[in-house]
Design a protein around this ligand. Structure first.
Ligand code: NZQ
Ligand code: ZN
Length: 402
């Protein structure tokens, strides 16, 4: 049993074993990657985008030519539902599969992780919510990514919607063996993403980076400079991907940021409390909004709310090292300029929503969402957060974003 490590530079543990096959020829290694675990897979996909881009046929051909048995579950919705996972677990059990193979974005990959974690579990699937599954009695997951956003292709967790209850609850589980063993990343599969899908994905990647970057652990210098490099990469390449959806270089850089922004590299060694993600979750589960849209609205509001005399250094770092502003300006001014730059990028470059009203949020729901925010299991390490958020604090931030 591994000891519990603090989340700071004094002590942490990191293990990132996902094997990444990146680029145009990546799928050449698909069959062999599957066969190290067995020769029976359940293919998981969403509403049909992989059929439109020809990827479904390509994968089926590889499986058939390699003698790999396949059954499938399609129809995964964005903000994936537990009822579909339960159905998929039955199909997987009846067909005695060895591997779960999601082809799609975060919702498809998270559904696959749900199948993997629930396959051998005899009890009620939702018992797993909020758990850290440390044992390896789960199915291996091998992903083919088509939407750079969540980083789920290289991350330990999944986020799932319990649609058996009203209102729905969105929670997940995680574990070292839930993390995909292998992921295939061909940027060409992302050429078909619309501007809006690309933007929401980039917002999610940025938010994962910010959650680590806005940390009180000043000694995590390497993680902070790496985070800044990723942010600069996204700021440079996103407009190029908008103008030329089939620009390989732009799509490749965005895709690689997705995986490394949420796999532990910049998280470990920092106190990461996932504050903005914690605030987004109650909106998402109540209104079934797009994850990136909620983050777009909340990020500038949270940045303004969390700015304090003692933490201006991090905002100033952002202003200077990411947005290239003059380091000789007063820290307070740099901090305000950094927030303006972030807001400008989100609203005017990404073109994402500006306030909670645009997401359909009802003002009278704000206190209820703030209560949900503070429920056990919803947020982690809040006491160590950049700025800890109480229920009243959450209400203030939601009101600022309204
Ligand atoms: O369903 P299909 O037809 O495939 O269409 C999807 C879906 O409508 C479409 N799409 C995907 N790839 C495409 C494409 N359309 C055209 N061309 C392609 N190449 O995109 C739509 C959205 O897909 P979805 O998978 O829902 O998006 P995303 O990747 O942003 O995943 C969001 C989910 O992941 C969770 C979110 O909460 C949300 O439920 N997250 C998971 C995390 C994790 N596991 O680590 C962390 C994140 O913070 C996040 O919470
Ligand atoms: Zn996210």
């Amino acid at each position: 049993m591994i000891q519990k490590y603090k989340q700071n530079m004094d002590e942490f543990m990191i293990q990132v074993p996902t094997q990444i096959f990146f680029g145009k020829t990546a799928l050449n290694d698909l069959a062999e990657s599957i066969k190290q675990f067995g020769d029976r897979v359940i293919l998981v996909y969403g509403g049909g985008s992989i059929k439109k881009i020809g990827l479904y046929d390509q994968v089926i051909k590889i499986l058939d030519e390699s003698g790999i048995f396949h059954c499938e579950i399609g129809g995964v919705q964005p903000n994936p539902r537990v009822s579909l996972i339960e159905e998929a677990i039955q199909i997987a059990r009846e067909n005695k599969v060895d591997v779960v193979l999601p082809v799609g974005g975060g919702s498809v990959i998270d559904t696959a992780k749900g199948i993997a974690g629930g396959y051998y579990y005899e009890g009620n699937f939702w018992d797993l919510a909020g758990k850290n599954i440390t044992h390896d009695h789960v199915l291996p997951v091998i992903t083919i990514l088509t939407l750079p956003a969540t980083g789920s292709e290289m991350a330990t967790g999944c986020t799932l919607v319990n649609d058996h209850v009203t209102p729905h609850i969105k929670m997940g589980f995680h574990g070292p063996y839930i993390r995909p063993r292998v992921s295939f990343e061909n940027p060409e599969y992302t050429y078909s993403l619309s501007k809006k899908q690309t933007a929401s994905g980039v917002m999610d990647i940025m938010s994962h980076i910010f959650e680590s970057y806005f940390s009180n652990e000043k000694r995590a210098y390497m993680q902070a400079r790496t985070a800044e490099g990723m942010l600069r990469t996204l700021i440079k390449y996103t407009p190029i991907a908008f103008a030329e959806p089939d620009n390989y270089e732009a799509r490749a850089n965005i895709m690689y940021c997705s995986s490394w922004g949420n796999n532990g590299l910049i998280v470990k060694g920092n106190f990461v409390s996932w504050s903005v993600h914690g605030l987004e979750n109650p909106i998402n589960e109540r209104y079934n909004t797009v994850h990136g849209d909620g983050l777009a609205v909340l990020t500038p509001a949270w940045m303004r709310w969390a700015k304090k005399p003692e933490n201006l250094y991090r905002y100033a770092d952002l202003a200077v090292n990411v947005f290239g502003l003059d380091k000789n300006l007063p820290e307070e001014e740099l901090a305000d300029l950094a927030i303006e730059k972030v807001q400008d990028f989100i609203q005017n470059v990404l073109g994402l929503p500006k306030n909670l009203r645009e997401l359909g949020v009802q003002k009278e729901d704000i206190p209820k969402m703030a209560q949900v925010f503070s429920l056990p299991g919803k947020i982690e390490y809040q006491s160590e957060a950049f700025v800890p958020i109480s229920v009243d604090g959450a209400i203030e931030i939601y009101n600022m974003a309204y």
